[in-house]
Ligand binder design. Structure first.
Ligand code: XBP
Ligand code: MG
Length: 235
């Protein structure tokens, strides 16, 4: 079946948003709210195994802040911390501090020129996606026909829900699409929806289990649509 659409993950795939973006925003929120918590790079890399910022705060609190976790209305408090974190993240993004990864802009432009449909399937909060797209595609406008993000589905990655949502929105079969991901949990999500997947790994995901990916790359630098179509055909 021919390739009709590319479905991009966001964090770690389109841009390196985690270490210097989300992690910094979490720590700024903790400080603003008087929580003496600090997520350094190695702890954050471990916490990233839990997708979703609210879920990540819950995982951390359960394991490392049991008294805070045990206080009443913990979900309300988590939502408040996450809301504050998103405010800080958006201001980081809007300042243009987080660039697109190598090759992403060129590949998206070529996909558009070749008439491929483009979509987003991400765990992050929708506002974070709009902020990143507005910052980097301000001139030409968003290239994405479908943006599926965050709590729009009941279960986050590695569950397939977000990719299944995108397939339904595009009205395309999984085999007509190609997912581009950076992480093991993202790969599991896309494969769970039956979508052939290319991995563009980085220092925080090197060494994860990418079994089932049709290709594992270090970046999308110099990757062409013809490359993706060939790998998709061979898959
Ligand atoms: C990455 C995530 C998100 C971000 C934080 O999503 O798991 O939770 O780390 O964003 P993906 P929020 O790789 O699927 O783009 O705090 O808004 O969840
Ligand atoms: Mg990702």
């Amino acid at each position: 079946m021919n390739l009709s659409a590319l479905i991009f993950d966001v964090d770690g795939t389109i841009a390196q948003t985690e270490r210097d973006g989300h992690r910094v925003a979490f720590n700024l929120a903790f400080t603003e709210l008087g929580l003496h918590w600090y997520w350094d790079e190695s702890l954050y890399r471990e916490l990233l195994k839990t997708t979703g910022g609210k879920e990540r705060i819950a995982d951390y609190a359960k394991r490392f802040q049991p008294e805070w976790w045990a206080m009443p209305d913990v979900q309300t408090r988590i939502a408040m911390v996450h809301h504050c974190k998103t405010k800080h993240y958006l201001s980081l993004i809007n300042r243009g501090n987080i660039p697109l990864r190598d090759g992403v802009r060129e590949l998206i432009a070529e996909a558009q020129a070749r008439g491929l449909r483009l979509a987003i399937a991400t765990t992050t909060t929708p506002d974070n996606v709009y902020g990143l797209i507005n910052t980097h595609f301000q001139q030409e406008g968003s290239p994405f026909e479908v943006i599926a993000a965050g709590d729009i589905v009941p279960a986050k990655k590695p569950a397939p829900d977000i990719y299944t949502y995108v397939l339904q929105a595009l009205n395309l079969p999984a085999r007509a699409c190609l997912a581009i991901e950076d992480s093991e949990v993202g790969l599991q999500s896309a494969l769970g929806a039956g979508i052939p997947t290319v991995i563009t790994q980085h220092e925080d995901t090197h060494g994860q289990d990418f079994t089932g990916a049709i290709k594992v790359l270090d970046s999308l630098h110099l990757v062409s649509i013809n490359d993706l179509m060939a790998w998709h055909r061979e898959s």
